[in-house]
Design a protein around this ligand. Structure first.
Ligand code: GLC
Length: 590
């Protein structure tokens, strides 16, 4: 840990904001030090920037809810192509597109029926190729979503397995087992589905199959050579089409213990008790062999990368996925889940930086995604309230959206200057809250059904995003939106925020631009001295200070680059943050 007191003076801008409390420099920062992440060197993409992900900003597109190009109420590739100006205006390096494959959409497309085709609702392969090429011309890469733990029950392999007898080759691609009890009437073991209920369902001839998620998502058998070969070929298919890598769904899944032993009821696999690779279904040692095989394909494509969605018990376990020859990156759910608290945030940053660097990787920072309650809403609730539980009838008076918005703005300045890469979930750049009051009859997430209505599910963070102040579905499309949008979303639209000087949208754009110009691939990072309920760090040429406390904070000396909220008497307000320009000395690596 390196403590350092910054010594830079505040330089006043020549072109002052009329509201002086928002005063930030408008001078041109010319010290870009030949920053390799400058977009000009990315356009057109040459493949030269082979390790681009180490400091990238990636924008997550939940296709169904991004923009509807054909007026059927569902987002699609045509809609995304039509909105690439918005994505480019953010200054991001890549787009990660949630699953777009042929699918019954029982789990938002994470139930894949054909891994080599695009769902007609979203477009076709020609459109996917056009999207990749158009994005590439703008200096933006496209990352696809790979779903290897399970297929859809509509996948040809599963249909063939149902038609084939017990013990057949067709069934050996999945986990079919005889049941327990005299008549085999009880499931083969006590494993539970992540979405709720038993992880086994019985087919007509009495055999049972495993589904760790929805009943329509049978788990593949990764001990089967044909399964392994098939995924190598799927990787090649999409890399040949031009994607720059994959977000790998349930990277901690796939492998199962061959004895299928009981786990003793509902046991949380994130419990540190399981942090030894001994769980029969999650985070098993064998999953590392699988990714090593994949690298044999991925490494043939310059600039291609793999980012793991791995829910594991600790950073010790997660770092194993990032060892040389394995994943290039992994999402950090410990940081994402941190309460709004300086100590917790700091220790989670420390853990992530130390663990990733110990294996030569870099951290990733994300605050939201399509599976969790949007962070603006999480930050708007008291720290001891579980946002997921609160969705289901919690006290609405606990929600303070102004507070959530202030914190979400400060969180931009907290995360965007950290070393490593940042993942932004569509709509967070507009400050969208969770839509917490969706009526039960519109809920689509299998979590709602499978949990027996004890968990509301993830629809509230998947509501189509607003583009215009008014009009059909606020510009999402001409035919309404598949989930209802709240009436106040017109005010949060891209159109509305484009004209507001201090909008969330401008904050994201400005932060990403400064980050690109002042940080680049630089990984030098050090904490600075700060009050107990504040965080301050220096990374490259940026000092970031975030106030988690209950009184305004002194601003470090130096040129103010960016503020999340107006200063109060020259000080950083409660739940506010600031960036100060700190050229010159380079802090040592932690
Ligand atoms: C991942 C996805 C989630 C999906 C689940 C099952 O966690 O992010 O949306 O439901 O895998 O595929």
């Amino acid at each position: 840990m390196v403590a350092r007191t910054p010594t830079h003076r505040i330089r006043r801008s020549a072109d002052k904001d009329p509201d002086s409390s928002w005063d930030v420099s408008t001078e041109t920062i010319d010290d870009t030090r030949g920053n390799p992440s400058d977009h000009t060197s990315f356009s057109p993409l040459t493949g030269q920037e082979d390790q681009w992900w180490r400091h990238a900003v990636v924008y997550q597109v939940y296709l169904r809810s991004f923009s509807d190009g054909n007026g059927d109420g569902q987002g699609d590739i045509a809609g995304l192509r039509a909105r690439l100006d918005h994505v480019e205006s953010l200054g991001v390096d890549a787009i990660w597109v949630n699953p777009w494959y042929e699918s019954p959409l029982n789990d938002g497309g994470y139930d894949v029926a054909d891994y080599r085709s695009i769902h007609p609702l979203f477009g076709d392969l020609g459109e996917a190729r056009a999207l990749i090429e158009e994005s590439r011309r703008r200096g933006i890469r496209v990352i696809a979503d790979l779903v290897p733990n399970h297929t859809s029950s509509e996948h040809a392999w599963f249909q063939a397995a149902l038609a084939a007898p017990e013990g057949s080759v067709e069934r050996s691609r999945y986990h079919f087992r005889p049941g327990r009890g005299v008549e085999g009437e009880r499931p083969p073991n006590d494993w539970q589905s992540v979405f709720g209920g038993p992880a086994w369902s019985r087919v007509a001839d009495g055999d049972w199959y495993l589904h760790l998620f929805d009943v329509t998502q049978p788990d593949l058998n990764w001990s089967n050579e044909e399964v392994r070969e098939e995924f190598l070929s799927i990787l090649e298919f999409w890399l040949d089409l031009g994607v720059s890598g994959f977000r790998v769904d349930v990277a901690h899944g796939k492998s199962k213990h061959p004895d299928y032993q009981d786990v003793g009821g509902v046991v949380d696999h994130l419990d540190p008790a399981w942090a030894s690779g001994g769980h029969p279904t999650w985070d098993r040692t064998e999953v590392h062999e699988i990714v090593r095989d994949w690298r044999g394909v991925v490494d043939r494509y310059p600039g291609a990368m793999l980012v793991a969605e791995a829910w594991v018990a600790s950073w010790d376990r997660l770092a194993r996925y990032l060892r040389p020859g394995e994943y290039h990156q992994a999402f950090d759910f410990l940081f994402l889940q941190s309460p709004w608290d300086a100590e917790s945030m700091r220790s989670r940053v420390d853990e992530a930086v130390e663990a990733t660097m110990s294996v030569g990787a870099t951290p990733t920072w994300a605050l939201s995604n399509h599976d969790v309650v949007r962070h603006l809403t999480r930050y708007a609730l008291p720290g001891d309230v579980d946002a997921g539980e609160w969705l289901l009838g919690g006290d609405r008076d606990l929600l303070d959206l102004d507070l959530g918005r202030r914190r979400a703005r400060a969180a931009v300045l907290l995360t965007m200057a950290l070393p490593g890469s940042v993942y932004i979930y569509q709509g967070e750049e507009l400050g969208l809250p969770e839509v917490h009051d969706l009526a039960p009859q519109v809920l689509d997430d299998p979590v709602w059904r499978t949990s027996g209505h004890t968990r509301k599910g993830r629809d509230g963070c998947r509501v189509p995003i607003p583009w215009t102040r008014g009009g059909s579905s606020y510009g999402f499309g001409t035919g309404g939106s598949w989930l209802p949008q709240p009436p106040e979303w017109g005010r949060l639209s891209v159109e509305a925020q484009n004209t507001e000087k201090h909008s969330m949208l401008h904050l994201y754009r400005r932060a990403i631009d400064l980050r690109r110009r002042l940080l680049g691939a630089d990984l030098t990072f050090a904490w600075l001295q700060a009050e107990a309920d504040a965080l301050s760090y220096k990374h490259g040429q940026i000092v970031s200070i975030v106030n988690f406390g209950s009184r305004p904070l002194d601003l470090p000396e130096g040129e103010v680059l960016l503020l999340s909220a107006p200063l109060e008497g020259g000080r950083v307000p409660v739940d506010g943050a600031a960036w100060i320009h700190a050229p010159g000395h380079v802090s040592p690596v932690k």
